[in-house]
Design a protein around this ligand. Sequence first.
Ligand code: PEP
Length: 246
Amino acid sequence: MRQSLIVANWKMNGSIQNNQSLLNSFKQNLASVQHADVAVCPSFVYLQQVSDLLKGTVMTWGGQDLSQQNNGAFTGEVSANMLRDFGCKYVIVGHSERRCLYGESDQLVADKFAKAQSAGLIPILCVGELLEQREAGETENVVKRQLAAVINLQGLASLGNSVIAYEPVWAIGTGKTATPQEAQDVHAFIRRQVGEVAEKLQILYGGSVKGSNAAELFAMPDIDGGLIGGASLKADDFLTICQAAR
Ligand code: PEP
């Protein structure tokens, strides 16, 4: 049995005050989350605050991105070791907003994945197709290409120490969710691509997961939890999602 995992991606949202009330309210109900590990990925500037609020709980935290470089003259960048300094367990790599808005290539995402692992972080590798790619029947090719960049650089076994998030780009922040069967089909496809690590690899679904649709998504056999954007900013919604994990 794979352990379920629910990851909050706060994106560029939050404030000192809101983060505190959100996490305090969530923590009060943490005991009701019985079947999932829960992690929070805030903006870098709030990592210290989030680690202070979550230390001593079963919750963990991570970064939303990292540099492919170790250190040096890279203004604005954040390294894997810096994330480690703040107690991060995870780091998201290749989120579609990074790929689409900031032009991150498959190769750059693979380099970031490698850097995360070499620092002892668990990369959460996001993959997923655009709407036009889905409509053109290209979903599996796109996901396969995104996975191949990492496999070619790091080897298949490296995926055993990572998490994959399947996030159809057309479902992120749009209110349109993949149906449980559409998501399941791609999750099963991903699992078939990863050979010997298939059984242990956690594959999360992301894309407009809400309290009202989480249970049916998480009931699918190859969906091991979720990467949650908008709904992770509301304590009640996020709690309902975490409680829906199997
Ligand atoms: C995400 O950003 O990873 C995401 C899934 O966002 P949302 O839940 O808002 O669609």
